[in-house]
Design a protein around this ligand. Structure first.
Ligand code: HEM
Length: 201
């Protein structure tokens, strides 16, 4: 498994998203954007492979994530997943989202809309934000061997920042959807209350 990810501070300049009240905001600088775009040209040739490696690693390091997936929750032998058509398809869906994100790095408002909607759909999938942070680390471990000596600490920081940025907005989308659904339930139950009183009488 082993893949060492280096930790370091973020270098602020342009776009800024506060991931949680206590975390420092993820800021994508023009340099990050340049590095991500350049490395993506190499990564995109192997997106199916990266998608599978990323999810098998995620399930190995954080088995609790597997339970969110109806199709994979009962699979004990993770090696079997490496050849699973469903995991390949799922990995490709996630990787094509990353592809879209890279394509929108010069129009961050569009990336925000996309990530917000994705967060809302993850509320419907019952996939809570506490797990999102794990994905970036597994992505980095999966792409490092592909980029070989092109991989640098600076590039790693750029990808980390993109994942923090996207997952920060996904979390907002998730919470927004949760609030909407909760309010809807409250409205429905208050509307029902007078009827219930009537039946008591
Ligand atoms: C960076 C983090 C993540 C990204 C970018 C991402 C992206 C995606 C995308 C693009 C889809 C396809 C459907 C759609 O567009 O709504 C999807 C589906 C889904 N995701 Fe995620 N996801 C992330 C993290 C997670 C995590 C951590 C979990 C669970 C622990 C999860 C669970 C699911 C489930 C259950 C589905 C629906 C089933 C499916 O499409 O196969 N996601 N995700």
């Amino acid at each position: 498994m082993g893949c060492a990810i280096s930790g370091s501070g973020l270098t602020p300049r342009t776009a800024e998203i506060r991931t949680t009240e206590h975390e420092s905001p993820a800021r994508l600088t023009p340099r990050h954007i340049h590095l991500i775009k350049e490395s993506w040209k190499v990564i995109q040739e192997d997106i199916a492979k990266v998608g599978i490696i990323m999810f098998v690693r995620l399930f190995e390091t954080h088995p609790e994530c597997k339970d969110v997936f109806f199709l994979f929750r009962d699979v004990e032998d993770l090696e079997r997943l490496r050849t699973s058509r469903e995991l390949r398809a799922h990995g490709l869906r996630v990787m094509s989202f990353i592809e879209k994100s890279v394509a929108r790095l010069d129009q961050l408002e569009r990336l925000e809309t996309l990530a917000l909607e994705l967060g809302k759909s993850h509320y419907r999938y019952n996939a809570p934000p506490k797990y999102y942070g794990y994905v970036g680390a597994e992505f980095i471990c999966a792409v490092q061997p592909i980029l070989k000596d092109k991989w640098t600490a600076e590039l790693e920081q750029a990808w980390k920042t993109l994942f923090q940025y996207v997952t920060g907005i996904m979390k907002e989308g998730y919470l927004e959807e949760e609030r909407t659904k909760r309010n809807l339930m409250l409205t429905t139950s208050t509307k029902e209350r007078p009827d219930k009183r009537n039946t008591m009488i």
